[in-house]
Design a binder for this molecule. Structure first.
Ligand SMILES: [Zn+2]
Length: 390
């Protein structure tokens, strides 16, 4: 059974400026505006992932043209290369990468815990691990996660959390949630960049008792926004969506909610419908590298398929991205098959535009109270079998 909303939900957050305004709701879904030190972003918002201070192959000016309003940076990678101190010296991450809009940085924790074989020790104060760059021993604590993100100067910093694997025992999940709360307490008191918002993260997997306890503990500390961590890591889609539905009910209503790590079109629509405001995923950019274009024609097109060899049509007649307005499927297929850089770049631009358009459409639908019909129509097209099998 799904847990009931905590009676004190919505409390906390004392001392923080109200950065988030809800502008419309439609069922559980919400539209809003989040104000940051580098401008506003409209929610629901998809955040393209700029792992190493770049969304692979895309110029920040192009990201702006595609409709991106916020980017995500990975603290783990930037800590090791080139180093957050170096980036601070060069004016912070915005100046360094040439993007003047909002940036959210993760804490580095997800990389550490997803590279489990590199973990050397986990204790109440932090985690010790081997760097994937040089194998040297490194340490990550709530204070260090705060300092690194302060040096990067991101607009939204994330708390360091412990993400247990999907097959974790209940005891492991419980310990991960306990440490996540303990570290959130510490990081809440640590230094920040001027105007930097800080989001707390709830863990607990899909276990109703552990997840709701984690939400209650982290929400009681009071953060500018809240993330659901430890989902989309291997549990079933049904479990993931069900957990999202009741977990969002438990979160403070007037704070943005971030689902960490979902970016497939169907998944995005499902979590928006369940009250999520922000999400990120490498899928649109990773798909591009394998020659896969997101498409309304059954969800995905594999451009390596021979059926595109003489196809003069654009990838998508209604898409305004450079790949669709200027080139044919046959040309894109040729580029992909020859592993030309331009092929990767054009598919990346298209896939990002596809997801950003999908989310912008969902936002408009929420404002009109029409999300259900928008979602039903979108899912029907995305899940339809293509005319010729890939
Ligand atoms: Zn396109």
């Amino acid at each position: 059974m799904a847990p009931q909303p905590h009676p004190e939900r919505g409390r906390g957050c004392a001392g923080f400026v109200d950065a988030f305004a809800l502008t419309a709701t439609d069922g559980a879904a919400r539209a809003g505006v989040l104000s940051t030190a580098h401008g506003e972003l409209r929610t629901p918002a998809f955040m393209p992932v700029g792992t190493k201070a770049t969304v692979k192959s895309v110029d920040p000016a192009e990201l702006r043209d595609l409709g991106a309003e916020i980017l995500l940076g990975n603290t783990y990678h930037l800590h090791f290369r080139p180093g957050t101190e170096t980036i601070a010296e060069l004016g912070g991450l915005h100046a360094f990468m040439g993007w003047d809009g909002p940036i959210l940085t993760d804490s580095g924790g997800f990389q550490v815990f997803s590279l489990r074989h590199t973990i050397l020790g986990l204790d109440d104060d932090g985690v010790t691990f081997r760097s994937v760059y040089d194998g040297d021993s490194a340490r990550l604590t709530p204070d260090l996660a705060a300092r690194a993100q302060a040096e990067l100067g991101s607009d939204i910093a994330m708390c360091l959390d412990v993400c247990a694997p999907a097959d974790a025992s209940r005891a492991e999940l419980e310990e991960a949630a306990r440490l996540t709360t303990r570290w959130a307490e510490r990081q809440r008191e640590a230094e920040r960049a001027p105007g930097q918002l800080l989001f707390g993260i709830a863990q607990g997997g899909t276990d109703p008792e552990l997840r709701s306890r984690s939400i209650e503990e982290v929400a009681a500390l009071g953060f500018d926004g809240y993330a659901l961590g430890g989902l989309a890591i291997g549990e079933s889609r049904e479990q993931m969506f069900e957990t999202t539905a009741w977990a969002t009910e438990l979160l403070p209503e007037r704070r943005p909610r971030y689902f960490m790590g979902i970016g497939d079109p169907e998944g995005i629509l499902e979590v928006i419908a369940r009250g999520i405001d922000m999400f990120d995923c490498v899928l649109p950019t990773r798909n591009a590298r394998t020659g896969t274009a997101l498409s309304w024609e059954g969800g995905r097109l594999n451009l390596r398929n021979a059926r595109f060899a003489r196809d003069p049509a654009p990838l998508d007649e209604n898409c305004a991205c450079p790949a669709c307005t200027r080139f044919s499927r046959a040309y894109l297929r040729h580029l992909v098959n020859q592993q030309e850089l331009l092929g990767h770049r054009l598919l990346t631009l298209h896939n990002l535009r596809f997801v950003l358009d999908l989310v912008a459409g969902a936002r408009t639908a929420i404002e009109r109270g029409e999300l259900q019909s928008y979602k039903d129509a979108a899912l029907a097209r995305l899940q339809a079998a293509p005319e010729v099998p890939n």
